[in-house]
Design a protein around this ligand. Sequence first.
Ligand code: B12
Ligand code: SF4
Length: 389
Amino acid sequence: MKVGIISPSVFYKDCEDEGGPAPHLFYLYSYLKYHNPHIEVDVLDLNYEIGTVTCQQELEDFLRGTEALLQRGGYDILGISCWSTLHFLGSMEVARLYRRLNPEGILVVGGYHATAVPEDFDFPGSPVDYVVKGDGEVAFHRIVNGEIPRETRCQVVQGVSLSLPEVPLLWEDYKYMRGARDIKLWMSRGCPFACSFCLDRLTKWRGLSPEQGVAEIERAYRLYPQAEGIWFMDPLFAIARPWRETFLTLLRERDLPVRFWIETRVDVIDEAAIDLMADMNFTVAMGIEAVVPRILALMKKTTTPERYIERFLELDTYMNERKVPHLVNQILNYPGETTGTIDEAFAFWRRYFDSHDARYTLITPPPVSVLSGQRTGPELVTLRRGVRL
Ligand code: B12
Ligand code: SF4
């Protein structure tokens, strides 16, 4: 049996992906291959194989290239990763191509978009057989092993929250790791906070132990010493203080010549962690999401919005002193936003940018906009002044 896992190109949009093999494809591959060594498993990341699609000509190239890859692959089962909404158009093109080439083949879709709106794949004549919600490893493995009988129409399968030590990572086997400059992996999954817009809300934090985490990083780095960056893709990195301090201390002892990336919250990260990270090359991304207390409360980001904003400013100052590069994401046009709250947010950021050496970029994944700022050199300050909010 031959199984394919495919991530379609993003259509008509620049995407904030600083590179490195997509971790969800790597973990899905590792879990399936480890538990089914007799099955041939192949991964196709079309952003690497073909590239993004921004015009009609590129769409035609994408369709031709994907058809050739699918024909060559001859997959009995194909898993499509509709990871973000930006992957939806590509996912549907791949699904239709696969169904035309393999009328009897089994077609599975998973990812954040699939989790948020599984009904997008369930319509009369849909080429999709299964839509997996949430963590995909166990559900995909069960579908591949025939444990979830196929029905005449698309069915939704609830994923199983994995504890990370259950995924032995097949670093040696994975073709996209060779030559990769960045390595992305998870120390944990899940988040106990309740932000109302987030699919990871109220999920149990489940991680490797600090020792297991550092051992995994060393293993990856030993195999791929060309790597320049290690990205921790945890929705909320190192929520517990003892875990964080042990992990960062162990990591610092390894003295790896790479840069690191984490995503955290302003009310989780603290000065002690920043001190440890300051000696390593860490970039800290903070999902601040809003700077207007009313909007923060609507988002259920925090129950103490004023203190939350104050804490961001304290940490920002401390990270500047300790020279830790950091950035924030802000969501605009959240339901409940008014012209008044937008004006308040822009006034906050104008004050901030006028007193900081910082920049922002606008990212617009439908239906939200994300504003992110990062310390940088004077040329980008000029750029920010050239861009109108
Ligand atoms: C870390 C992160 C990133 C990382 C990349 C992580 C990665 N996996 O590649 C970076 C910083 C690069 C990033 C970039 C972007 N991100 Co982001 N990111 C996150 C974050 C914080 C955590 C994601 C994560 O690792 N989750 C844990 C793992 C276990 O879940 P997972 O990756 O989804 O993988 C599992 C399932 O999806 C499933 N699965 C996936 N594919 C398949 C396929 C099959 C066949 C099956 C069965 C299952 C399956 O199985 C996987 C393994 O269990 C989330 C959520 C959040 N709290 O904010 C946002 C989030 C996913 N990102 C989001 C967005 C919009 C983006 C960008 C499009 C932003 C932009 N405009 O550029 C880019 C897209 C990058 C790209 N090329 O795909 C949105 C998606 C919303 C949407 N509907 O589109 C989220 C939900 C944030 C939000 N609330 O808005 N992101
Ligand atoms: S803290 Fe981050 S990961 Fe957790 S629920 Fe909020 S947005 Fe999601």
